[in-house]
Design a binder for this molecule. Structure first.
Ligand code: HEM
Length: 475
């Protein structure tokens, strides 16, 4: 959640001409990188220097003072043994490719719920705004991946509402970032913002304690282990220092309640918003390009029965569509890094004497990087075919390898997003179900507006409205 929140705090900059742009946000210089070659040099060749995010990633600190480091999540923890332990835990839980199929029962249930909801709303055919409908299906899926399938609907709804309110508050927090005077002027909103932390704890701690006191090791039976269970079992180094760990001080401890709340809210914040944003952008392009929709339908209609992970994994055109959507509309606008010293600033191509860059942040502009005209022909066009065999994007994956960056919607280097496989599996599966059951067309007398809004997530400025019609029964 901190990654996406941070992105919200720093809106898209006006200057798009140069590959690197420096400005101050009132507190520290921000070096914005828009060029994939510079991004690769920093994140791959100088990975060591660009492996941490800024500590003060929110416009205001949620937990301040010495307590701050004690409530780290994976996004904020410095690169080191604790980061490694947390990242392995997340991978082991749900993100490892071998685990994606274990989520089929939960995902298929969520897809059925979504299809039933849309059927009920569209009748013979009707115009719908889809974002909230998508979110209503995706959020419970992510919440149950996190807390287990036993969490009741009321609790899921409360978490969803809290997260939604938090997103709005982060967008609003820009007004009081930075200055004490602004905090005084906006004190009501500032206090409300700080209260989120407490409300998250109130919602999560009963679930954490219930799980802690249950026989949670029984009954997974080779199925999906909730993320929370793994967090309760993990032990992290007491001393988060590579030298000490290597030197023998390998004392371990369980995670604190504060850390658990941070990690769980990171999971709930990272998943649904990004996935729904990506689904909405993808559907918008399908509405605009019926030929693309039909190509997907050919792959989807070839599947008999449930759209399992194994089936969806075998759909090259669908994969290409989702990659193209992420290239053009990365749901998180920026990847952030610390630029600890002047030397690191030189790596990204900026070390001018007139702006001290010591202690700066690097903002990798993911949208601009994905539309680089040296990497792509006609970079602003939605053309999934580029990712098929023989296309200029053949071999491009979710996260770039060390040699070349052509797009990086999930970031790059050591701190790249570990959730890409899971997220794209969700997007592909839901879109497959929606294209199988419904025809998607523009609303009558209106067009689809592809304008972007860089808020907490990069979303459609005007939420997608589509004419949705139930397809005739097949076979
Ligand atoms: C379409 C969906 C998603 C997009 C576009 C996305 C994008 C990103 C980006 C751009 C970053 C920063 C990478 C960097 O700094 O190089 C990131 C980090 C992260 N994401 Fe995602 N993400 C998505 C879904 C998810 C999901 C589903 C999860 C977890 C369930 C997740 C968990 C994380 C975590 C934990 C980090 C921090 C990793 C670290 O610092 O080691 N993300 N994500």
């Amino acid at each position: 959640i901190t990654v996406v929140a941070a992105a919200a705090a720093f809106q898209r900059r006006a200057c798009v001409a140069s590959a690197v742009h420096v400005q101050h946000d009132g507190q520290q210089p921000i070096i914005e990188i828009r060029d994939p070659t510079i991004a690769r040099r920093a994140l791959m060749d100088h990975a060591e220097a660009f492996s941490n995010r800024p500590l003060n990633i929110f416009p205001v600190a949620l937990v301040s003072g010495p307590l701050r480091r004690h409530s780290d999540n994976l996004t904020s923890v410095p690169y080191g043994p604790r980061w490694r332990a947390l990242r392995c835990t997340l991978n082991a839980a749900v993100l490892h490719p071998s685990r994606l199929g274990h989520m089929d029962p939960l995902r298929l249930e969520a897809m059925d719920t979504l299809v039933a909801d849309l059927r009920a709303r569209c009748g013979g055919g009707s115009e719908l705004v889809v974002r909230d409908i998508l979110n209503a299906a995706v959020f419970p899926l992510v919440a149950r991946t996190c807390f287990g399938s036993g969490v009741d609907d009321g609790h899921v709804l409360a978490m969803r509402d809290l997260l939604r309110a938090f997103v709005l508050a982060v967008d609003g927090a820009k007004d009081f970032a930075g200055s004490k005077m602004a905090k005084l002027l906006h004190w009501r909103r500032w206090r409300r913002f700080l209260a989120f932390r407490g409300r998250q704890a109130e919602l999560f701690l009963p679930l954490i304690n219930a799980r802690r006191n249950s026989d949670r090791h029984l009954g997974h039976g080779g199925g999906l282990t909730p993320y929370l269970d793994l967090l309760l079992d993990v032990r992290v180094p007491v001393d988060d220092d590579d030298d000490h760990t290597a030197g023998g001080n390998k004392a371990l401890r369980p995670l604190t309640d504060d850390e658990l709340v941070s990690l769980l809210s990171e999971f709930l914040g990272a998943g649904p918003g990004t996935v729904v944003s990506s689904m909405e952008w993808t559907l918008a392009h399908l509405v605009l390009q019926p030929d693309v929709q039909n190509n997907i339908r050919r792959e989807v209609d070839a599947v008999e029965g449930a759209l399992s992970e194994a089936h969806v994994r075998q759909m090259p055109y669908m994969r290409a569509v989702v990659l193209e959507s992420l290239r053009l509309h990365p749901p998180i606008p920026f990847a952030l890094r610390d630029v600890a010293d002047q030397g690191n600033a030189a790596v990204v191509g900026y070390a001018a004497a007139n702006v001290p860059t010591e202690g700066a942040r690097a903002h990798f502009n993911l949208g601009e990087i994905g539309r680089d005209k040296n990497a792509w022909t006609d970079p602003d066009a939605f053309r999934p075919e580029r990712f098929l065999a023989g296309g200029e994007g053949e071999g491009v994956g979710l996260v770039p390898g060390p040699k070349e960056i052509k797009m990086m919607p999930f970031g790059a280097g050591r701190r790249a997003c570990p959730g890409g496989g899971l997220a794209t599996m969700h997007v592909k599966s839901f879109v497959a179900a929606l294209v199988r059951e419904f025809e998607w067309a523009p609303p009558s007398g209106a067009d689809v507006d592809l304008a972007e809004l860089d808020g907490f997530f990069k979303v459609m400025k005007n939420p997608l409205r589509a004419h949705v019609t139930l397809r005739p029964q097949r076979g």
